[in-house]
Design a protein. Sequence first.
Length: 549
Amino acid sequence: MSEPSQLDTFLGQRGVGRPLGQVLEGSLSSGLKIRLDPGFTLERLAVGRYVVIHGRQTGITFFGLITDIALEASDPGLIHRPPQGDDHFALDVYQGEVAYGTLHVSPMLMLEDDQDQPRPIKTIPSHFSHVFEASAEDVARVFGEEDETHFYVGTPLDMEAVQVNLDLARFVERSSGVFGKTGTGKSFITRTILAGIVQSGLASTLIFDMHNDYGWSVKDEAGREYKGLRQLYQDGRVSVITLDEVTSRARGSKIDGRLTIGYEDLEPEDVEMLASLLGLTDVQTQALYFLHRRLGKNWIGRLLSETEQDDDLQDMIDTGRIVPGTLGAIRRKFESFFPRMGFLVEGAADRVVDDIFQRLSIGTSVVLEFGNYGNTLAAYVLVANYLTRRIHARYVQMKNLAAGGKAEEPRPLVIVIEEAHKFLDPQIAAHTIFGAIARELRKYNVTLLIVDQRPSGIEDEVMSQIGTRVTCLLDNDADIRAVFSGVSGASTLREVLARLDTRQQALILGHAVPMPVVVRTRDYDQDFYASITDGPVADPARGETLFGE
Ligand SMILES: Nc1ncnc2c1ncn2[C@@H]1O[C@H](COP(=O)(O)OP(=O)(O)OP(=O)(O)O)[C@@H](O)[C@H]1O
Ligand SMILES: [Mg+2]
């Protein structure tokens, strides 16, 4: 029996298998280059997998993610004179020694011997440190256990036994985003995360449900039905408020209320957000403010009726305060939109905001179901802005009262919006409530969860405030760049993102995970429902009796 080599002894002491390779060079910011041991083949590796690196002189263990894989040769002449395909002897000699594989690894975390929690990386392993494939235990140690505030959302690539748990407390603390091309699983992972938030009671959520993905039940492309949040939580923790009762009822949805907005509740600020969608010019948009001042609360109702019978309007034209062409254009554009929106009613209906605020403040999540109105982007933008502005204002008020000791802290709120680039594009993000919420961080306990397929359309400054990014496959360069904006060292993750499967895989990075991770997202199925039903029971103080069945 041959003597164990020094390396084997070293590895035996550490209880690890043979190394994948050794650290050759690199830096903290650009990542490490690893030379692959000839005993391993590149063909079995994949970007997105983890490695651990044992520091040579210290007891520090480093965690890193494979971000690129390459072939290299130490003899540059080799590529001009490659060994012939049938010369196995030459192939074997060259393979691994003169020609070898390299891995590019982004170091993510370090774990010191005397600690049990890994910390963010501050240094790198020294030259020739040994690199190993991370074991399931290594990865499980990093992502910890599922508990009241850590929610299982998926498994790392090729590690079905390991759970990746999102730190929900951190997730709701800052705005977050779910990105990906159409059909990659954004709505499914979003629904999973929202179920976790509801389960944890850490925040209320207000979901502007454009495509009817979250309420009672959801159908996928193949016609399979899945439970929505309202069906998962039938104890009053989730309410569905619909804009389109007929469609909601036809879909068999249980609903807890109907949203109506009165014409008199709408302010020019609410309509201004629709300017580009309705085709209002700058001049016409400015005129809205003037018309509102002149016509008072019922300005929209009056603009929609006969001008000839409205003395004030007639007077404005006669005295030249408004050009007939401008007025005519505004009226035409209003007529093409407002009367078609069945959730808009004559007069005022402002109890709706009170009702929704009330639910949110006791911890009930609200799914605002758009029914068929989800097909009209202007309806979505109008309602999302209308409610968010008013609910946010209540949160500001309540937070200020709480600061003076006159009220309780408002319960954290996560507002979920889809097609976010329509709200947060660089031209309007500066004025919208959504831009403001993203920028003010969690000052008033309100954060956003943005679901979008085109992150490049979202203003940079807003994107850079996004704490946790869950990204499914994206293939447009600009979108990929946008997802990484404001994340240091993230450019190395690009290859990982571009190589995701077309469905049900996501790269999660940021505030709510200890290190970036590629997951196969948790199946949204019977087992999932069961885990929710068997989970912790709702706190009765949250008002089951108020809204329960
Ligand atoms: N976690 C999951 N569990 C079960 N099925 C899933 C899961 N994720 C995705 N799918 C499948 O993939 C399909 C597409 O997912 P989803 O509707 O979430 O995509 P999307 O990114 O929201 O698309 P769009 O941009 O068109 O809204 C689903 O209909 C479902 O069949
Ligand atoms: Mg979707």
